[in-house]
Design a binder for this molecule. Sequence first.
Ligand code: GLA
Length: 334
Amino acid sequence: MNTETPSLYGAYAGTFKIGAAVSTRTIRREGDFIAKHYNSLTAENQMKFEEIHPEEGRYDFAAADEIAEFVGKHGMALRGHTLVWHNQTPDWVFEEADGSPASREKVLARLRDHAAEVMTRYKGRISAWDVVNEAIEDKSDAYLRETKWLSTVGEDYLEQAFRIAHEIDPGAQLFYNDYNETDPVKRDKIHRLVRSLLEAGAPVHGIGMQGHWNLYGPSIEEIREAIELYASLGVRLHVTELDLSAFRFDDQRKDLLEPTQEMQDLLTERYEAIFRLFREYRSAIDSVTFWGVADSGTWLDGFPVRGRLNWPLPFDRQLQPKPAFWSILDQARV
Ligand code: GLA
């Protein structure tokens, strides 16, 4: 590691936190690098329902504890991710022993047990929780995503989840988190959802904008409009899963082993413009988290096109800063 490189989070001290998604593998292998550049961590998978609570009554906290200890040792923030989601949640949560759908009461009781166990364990250490992840439908003609939470509990499952989480840890900031959050149609649905939760008196404190974007979109104007709309609800904003894929979502191209020069230049320009915008809205944004610490650990290697490499982050596979890193750093000083 180049010791001359300034700390990314240090450059943004007083503006917002700079975070990264990690695993036990990355904190073991790249711990010094992570501690140098990030002051907020999110467990990429280790706090998800299926990992931490694979069977009824059986919890496995080993990996999540290791991440929480690393965070404590370095005085970082920790974001809890996530309690209620349609993915990576085991079927038993929604079923009776014979496989038939469990009752609303049973699913809510299981959610309460889960949240009590997990949130209590990390009370005072996790400052923000993604209470519900990705509840909005992407298709424009539907509102809530069809999930087992919705079909077993009913439409108020989000309200219930926020109330339960707040009862268990009244000190935690509670977030609704989603992707495609800048798409005008989905954005308006997210706004409607959070507004209706607030109107019902549910304790929602923030919106997580995942920020799985790419080199070509969304436009800065679309991101700005989403930030403005969400901030108008009076909640806090976290950018929770930022990365900029080198490819448009439907691009199947598979021939590259390195990013082209044009891709590298676009990455630099995009990060510069995006951080300029984030900085402009620093009174609403408390935290910006990258989904991965460097290109060596990106989930976009292989998604959505199998066997394809990607280069979405400001640090390369050798953990070296790219020109994009320096453009982000420059924005901190403007
Ligand atoms: C979503 C989830 C994350 C993660 C990413 C892909 O955005 O919120 O937990 O699974 O997808 O890695």
